[in-house]
Design a protein. Sequence first.
Length: 176
Amino acid sequence: MTDMTFGSKSMQTYTLPVANWLGHAVTTRNAILPAVVVVAALLTAQPSSAQSLTAPSAWTNQRGSTLYVDSVEPNTGKITGHYINRAAGYGCQNLAYPVTGWAYGTAVTFATTWQNPSESCNSITSWTGSLNQGQITTLWQLVVNGSTSTNQITQGADTFSQSMQTNRKSLLLEKQ
């Protein structure tokens, strides 16, 4: 703390640890402002665990199925990609099916229609959940075309872990 005089007014300048990050000192007539600045900085700081979905990326769940996120539009959060099912007891295995969804901060939702040129499972699955600490934790619902009531909807939970960071670069080594 240092005393400064501006004309007829005497002020005290406080240099706080947060001021070192901001690159300036806080000048005030009383000692309350430094505490307010520190509290405000702590309240507005984003937690280090906050994440958002990035592209390209790949996410594998506990059943061995993989969500490939090809793009996330920065302005809308719209997700595009594909999903490869490897869950035991379900059809449409080991083929890529289109995915559409949205990401909003840590909130994530996506869906696929189990239909492609090779195979159709006559159904739709949607997942909704959140991204936290490198995992997407979701609840899912599967509905078969022709269902007539909500008790015919199959539901469950999946946890996806980032399985690899996809890279569009060539795998060939460059000579140096």
